[in-house]
Write a protein that binds this ligand. Sequence first.
Ligand code: EPZ
Length: 397
Amino acid sequence: MEQYIIKGGNPLVGEVTIGGAKNAALGILAAAIMADDVVTIENLPNVRDINVLLQAIEAIGATVDRVSDNEVKINGSTIGCLNINYEFIRKIRASYYLLGALLGKCGKASVALPGGCAIGSRPIDQHIKGFEALGALVTIDHGTIATSAEKLVGNHIYLDVVSVGATINIMMAASRAEGKTIIENAAKEPHIVDVANFLNSMGADIKGAGTDIIRINGVSKFKKTTYSIIPDQIEAGTFMMAAAATKGNVLIKNVIPKHLEAISAKLIEIGAEYDDAVRVIADKRLGGTQIKTLPYPGFPTDMQPQTAMLLALSNGNSMVIESIFENRFKYVDELNRMGANIKVEGNVAIIEGIERYSGAQVSAPDLRAGAALVIAGLVGEGITTVDQIHYIQRGYE
Ligand code: EPZ
């Protein structure tokens, strides 16, 4: 089993260039198969989730030409079988984006049902609600979700929960439905905007992405395009926390500062130095604060473990409320084994800051928690070993 073995104690000093956004790339790769022509995607993050989704896309008959680690050409005109088998969805939930893409492209698709995962049950009822509103028939049996529609017709869809995945999945299907679709209570994350911009570059007619109302006029065909993916705000945020936790000085390049406002505001609040370069400097122990995760532009849930790890080193007390997922504090037990003083009550973590972690053998419970444990090892006194690092490799180059 692969591990990271980390000797802690060195401040991070230097610069890092941020890659393409994983959670934008997953939606964009799925949408790319909707054109019956060559679609070139640049600034692709070379991480495991991306590589698995490309395998799933190839397995249904699309041609995939990996020009380089960070560029791929996809042609969906050769797509044959329309069911994504369990092997891929088991490896990556985002294979369910192929439902919306194939429903929009050929009116039919079936995908193995995604399981829950380390951070919660993660239902897809809102995805199904959207597909049915567009006129699709959705059936679930033997662990497979199948959708089909003679014709997709635009509709007015109100999401009961602000859901990134449902917004992207419905947007893809609706972009090829007949007539107008309105998605209300839509997610507003930067990666939603990126997927909408990508679809529009293929000839879709989508307005309002990034607000909570997205208006779509369906079109019948998509054309070839070349598109570059936005920088990954969560990768950037992870390096920002690493710079602060190690009392370092790091220039984080190729980011969109606006996407980092919730994160940088908290770093400034607890005493780190920050500028829009983006540079993060911390040469002293930082203060405590309160964090509540919310849909964008609120504080991102994907930054919750990395931030709690930093607050556990503060010279004060902090509170972290996880309002998106029901089980995203599994890493706390691991941090407490490194000397942290964190108590979890339901979806609230109460943190009393300590001076420094002590190195220990820890295990990554999921992607972002794994990143937080690696950073804790960078600060930890002595050696820290992190195992289950396949989670980390899913989302960090
Ligand atoms: C996306 O997951 C991201 N994954 C997650 O990042 C991220 O944490 C999450 O959005 C929130 O920002 C990808 O983009 C591949 P949601 P997604 O649908 O789309 C509930 C990472 O670390 N819900 O916005 O699955 C759900 O249970 C990963 O990169 C329903 O109830 O998240 C959750 O409580 C982890 N019904 C809330 O909504 C539905 O049909 C938000 O989930 C869908 C969601």
